[in-house]
Every structure is written in C-alpha cells, then in structure tokens.
Design a protein around this ligand. Sequence first.
Ligand code: CAA
Length: 316
Amino acid sequence: MTIRKVAVIGCGTMGRGIVEACALAGVDVTAIKVTPTKSGELSQVIGDALGRRVNRGKLTSTQAEQAFARIAFSDDIRRVSDAEIVIESVVEVFDVKRDVLLSAEKHMHVGALLATNTSSLKIETLAADLVRPSHFLGLHFFNPVPVMELIEVAGTPATDSRALERASGFCRQIGKTPVAVAASPGYAVNRLLTPYLLHAIDSLERGVADAHALDNAMKLGCGHPMGPLALADLIGLDVLKAMAIALAREFGEDRYNRPRILDELVATNDLGRKTGCGIYDYRGAEPVVSSFVLKALARVALDRETHHPQSLRAAP
Ligand code: CAA
C-alpha cells in the first residue's frame, strides 16, 4: 500500500535527510521542528541541500523543485494529523523522545504508524506509555540519509506484524532496503559501529597513528568508504557520545567507554561536520586535524607518561 503522506518530527541532520529522501521519492512530507529555530531557516537549509545536489549534477533542477514543493514546514506538532507515517527524529535523549512520541500520538489518526529513529535507546521502554503500541516501531535511518540504502526495522513485542510489513513497504517505496532487527538498543549496526568509532578515537589518543593515517588505514586496508574519525565527525560527536552512554547503560560493557577527547570536543561544541569542526576542522579548503585535538593529544601524551592509562577515560 503506497504511503502518500509522512510527517517527520525533529529536523537535525537525520530528520532533514529523511524529509529530503521522502520528498525525492515522491512522498508529501511535513517537516516539523521542535526547537525554536524558525521554520523559514529550515526550508532554506533543505533548499540549499537540494541545490547542492543539482550543482553536482545528481538531480535536475525540476526534480529538486518538485521535491521541495512536496515539503511543508511547521513547528506545530499537531500537523502530524494527516500523516500515514510519523517519524520521530529528535535529540537522542530518552525523556525528550518519549514526550514527543506521546504528544504526536495524541494528534495522529488512529491507523497511522508512529516510528522512532532512535539509534540506541530501548524502543520497548519508549513505547511504554503509548495508547497504540501496536502501531509503534523503530525505523533507523543512516547518515547521509539521501545516500545510505539501509533502514533497520524493529518492532516491540506489542507491534502488529502488519505495521512492520507496511513500514518495510514504505522503506522500499523510498528506495531503501529494510532489514529486520531485534528491538535491542543499537540494533545491529550501532552495536558494532559504536565500539569501533570509540576505539578509533582511543587509538588516536594512544598515538597508534595520526588521524589521517588511521582513517587512510581503514579505507585502504578494509575498503571502508571513509575512515572512522571522519565518520565520527559525519555522524556527529554528540550523537556518538549519546550512543556510547546509552549502550554502556544498557549493556554495562567496557567496549562503550568513551575516550576523554570525545567528551572534551562535545563540551566545546566541536561536534563534527555540522558545526564545521570536530576531530577535523572543515572550515578550510581541505579538512585538517583540529588545533583543539592536536593540543589535547599533546596533553594526553604527557599525562600518559605520568599517570595510569585509566585516567584517559571520561567518567562513565
Ligand atoms: N547528502 C546528500 N547526498 C550526499 C551527501 C549528503 N550529505 N554526501 C554525499 N552525497 C552523495 C553524493 O551526491 C553522491 O551521490 P551519487 O551516489 O548519486 O553520485 C554520493 O553521495 C557519493 O558522494 P561523493 O562522491 O561526493 O562522496 P563520497 O564518495 O566520498 O561518499 C559518503 C560520501 C556517501 C558519505 C561515503 O563516504 C560513505 O558512504 N561513508 C560512510 C557513511 C556511513 O557509514 N554512514 C553510516 C553512519 S552510521 C549512522 O548514520 C547511524 C547512526 O545512528 C549514527
């Protein structure tokens, strides 16, 4: 059954990507902001993203214009009322997501599906207070959404099997490949990816190789499209930190320990590509290792000479 109308709540990197992917696939989509930025700015950001793809020859200007015309912008959550699927993609904080989901459900029509794009929270717990848990599921997209093919699809024990089928059909409709995964925090990908990215930053701190060398090693040695440090910057260091905290809380395993530099970068709002600077600084012609990271590495190396290596870990 074709989905004609989607609403996306939360318009950060992932939410905007989901909006773009839906609109490009011919689906009408309402982009609903929950933080106070003006929706005019949001339409500008999405318009610019489509424009860049036109400039790179990936889309015709007609395709971009038609896609843009399918997007309605709002900061009113009641606008979910005519959507067949509502996708929540707000910040990765349990209470915020739960409140947004409860509020969205109140305004949705009864047959509509409610999906969360959480990357690491327990969806069963998110569903706990919903009135229609049979219509709730996890739809986990990947960054950059317009390009990445995978969507992880997870139901809770309460999710109706027809809801899962309908959601998987929607993923295919927008040109993605749905993969069924258990409703376990981190699903399949982030459970594996998060320790890898944390370990890459830890290896940088320990002087295994410099940042470019580490990234090149994984590209050339393992055939990855980008190295782990560049990928951490693409995902967002705040998102990586939130995933590490959620997975450490859930599984209590050392593999989710955070290197100190990660917390320091998040504290200074150096979150990666989206803020122009993270492990790398993207503000020049080519990315270079950020001066903050270079200073932190020098300090960490000094610490290592005088302290126990455990001191290099951020507090749990
Ligand atoms: N938005 C839209 N399109 C984009 C884009 C963006 N931000 N970045 C790149 N693209 C498009 C390009 O237009 C191009 O499109 P075509 O395939 O139609 O030609 C394609 O992506 C390739 O782009 P480029 O040639 O410019 O660049 P590239 O070859 O270096 O690829 C990349 C860029 C797609 C990001 C690639 O490096 C890659 O696949 N990296 C790995 C990304 C990844 O692992 N993502 C998952 C992160 S985990 C996650 O998201 C889950 C979570 O919960 C945190």
